[in-house]
Design a protein around this ligand. Structure first.
Ligand SMILES: Cc1ncc(COP(=O)(O)O)c(C=O)c1O
Length: 475
């Protein structure tokens, strides 16, 4: 340890949270329909696997793009040597058009203000490097994406101060919550450099309302700070109200020629909308020339490979493909979302009303043994190890109220989602039966009769009853 840097050995990466621990536990015992049907089902990963077939069909019909050819001629050598970190012009043009299309062409993007990055992760970190010094702060509404502790803070030394949002108004951002966070930062002697939101929100699965956007724009305008909008889920909005980009809201307030315009920055990636986190395709869009120039230089730490840019420039330039993909992908997300919501409802579990994203924000407060984060952790462990579902506890998203969990629905097959819902239902039935038994037991006990069933026994019983064709886990 003493031979390593402080950064490498400190734990400000936040990766020891239950969000990441759940992934590790899943890796040890992953569910597989045939090889491991009693394994853990991964519901803590915001992946979109629902529309791969549309992309696969396109690739089949466009073999040149996949095999690095242009008009039948190989461009392998050209791509192998390509290293301009401004990116392939054809790809940037296609990406900005796609970003506009997702926003129903209400916003247009200038390629010269776009910086390519290897996903949203480096895009967010790069913006931190450009906008804040170590020890300065960004305000983030809670609950927020657990990866931000690593992405925004770890290497940059920037601090996050939470804007506490509450279930009482559906976790909307309010003026008083913003002011309280700003004051809190001042109390901690932290200079506030900006606010960062995710729109649509991870983990809420909701779009930021026009009122919230106006509130945020007024706030950053008045405080002379930055506003970053991570719009990585902008193409996943499957229900009303629709999606409003922060750029559209600024434009509609006629602030394009004011200084606030240059303090608004958008982050985007194809990891969610196209479901391509493995391809590492992201971008920063900024109206500040200095930010664009600095971020472009920094982007050499995480460029998108030229063959990926080539393939995606061809795919995204095909307007027939993009329009069909956007509509069809949303339809499929809606079906999945509805499946999860009604399955949980059937087990007496509610969700925050949501219209976007790859997950639901699930209310399990009634299942806690007490209104504490310890009880939330106990419930999480029970769901992980006994029900065998990896979901993400609200605490890992910095939620201030115990009992909320993020549950993903687009990273598995319909059958697997159905099985997960069966497991939830069985868990609730067993817990209720157990609860009743304990009530009876207490009554009997007070009459001098002891009963022999422990809670643990009754819970493990149903776990092994759930699968129709059980096999022992392979590992
Ligand atoms: C809000 C948000 N930002 C950024 C990321 C990171 O995405 P990428 O794969 O593009 O780095 C995620 C991934 O879950 C996310 O939810």
């Amino acid at each position: 340890m003493k031979f390593l840097s402080t950064k490498a050995t400190c734990n400000s990466h936040g990766q020891d949270s239950s969000y990441f621990l759940g992934w590790q536990e899943y890796e040890k015992n992953p569910y597989d329909e045939v090889k491991n049907p009693t394994g853990i089902i991964q519901m803590g990963l915001a992946e979109n696997q629902l529309s791969f077939d549309i992309m696969e069909s396109w690739m089949k019909a466009n073999p040149d793009a996949v095999s690095l050819k242009r008009d039948g001629e190989s461009i392998f050598r050209e791509l192998a040597l390509f290293q301009d970190y401004h990116g392939l012009p054809a790809f940037k043009n296609a990406l900005v058009d796609f970003m506009s299309e997702i926003r129903e062409n209400k916003v247009s993007f200038d390629v010269d203000k776009l910086v390519l990055t290897a996903g949203s992760t480096p895009a967010n970190e790069t913006l931190m490097f450009c906008l804040a010094n170590p020890g300065e702060a960004f305000l983030l509404p809670t609950p927020y994406y657990p990866g931000f502790d690593r992405d925004l803070k770890w290497r940059t030394g920037v601090e996050i101060v939470p804007i506490h949002c509450s279930s009482s108004n559906g976790f909307e951002i309010t003026q008083s919550a913003l002011e309280a966070a700003y004051l809190e930062a001042n109390k901690l002697n932290l200079k506030v450099k900006g606010v960062l939101i995710t729109n649509p929100s991870n983990p809420l699965g909701t779009t930021t309302t026009r009122d919230e956007l106006n509130l945020l724009i007024n706030f950053v305008n008045e405080k002379k700070i930055h506003l970053i909008s991570d719009e990585i889920y902008s193409g996943t909005v499957f229900d009303s109200p629709g999606f409003t980009s922060v750029l559209e809201a600024v434009k509609d307030k006629n602030l394009e020629d004011t200084d606030v315009w240059s303090r608004v920055h958008v982050v985007y990636s194809l990891s969610k909308d196209l479901g391509l986190p493995g391809f590492r395709i992201g971008a920063i869009y900024s109206n500040d020339e200095m930010v664009v120039a600095a971020a472009t230089k920094m982007s050499s730490f995480g460029l998108i490979s030229s063959q990926t840019q080539y393939l995606l420039s061809a795919m995204l330039s095909d307007k027939k493909f993009t329009s069909n993909y956007i509509v069809e992908n949303k339809k499929r997300l809606q079906v999945r979302h509805d499946m999860l919501v009604s399955g949980l409802q059937n087990a007496g579990i509610g969700c925050l009303n949501s219209n976007a994203g790859l997950f639901c924000w699930v209310d399990m407060r009634h299942l806690l043994t007490s209104n504490t984060f310890e009880a939330e952790m106990d419930l999480w462990k029970k769901v992980l190890y006994e029900v065998k579902l990896n979901i993400s506890p609200g605490a890992s998203c910095h939620c201030t109220e115990p009992g909320w969990f993020r549950v993903c629905f687009a990273n598995m097959s319909e059958e697997t989602l159905n099985l997960a819902l069966q497991r939830v239902k069985a868990f609730i039935v067993a817990s209720t039966a157990d609860q009743n038994r304990r009530t009876t037991h207490r009554r009997h006990h007070s009459m001098g009769h002891a009963m022999g069933h422990s809670r643990r026994m009754s819970l493990s019983k149903w776990v092994f009853q759930i699968s129709a064709h059980e096999h022992e886990p392979e590992r």
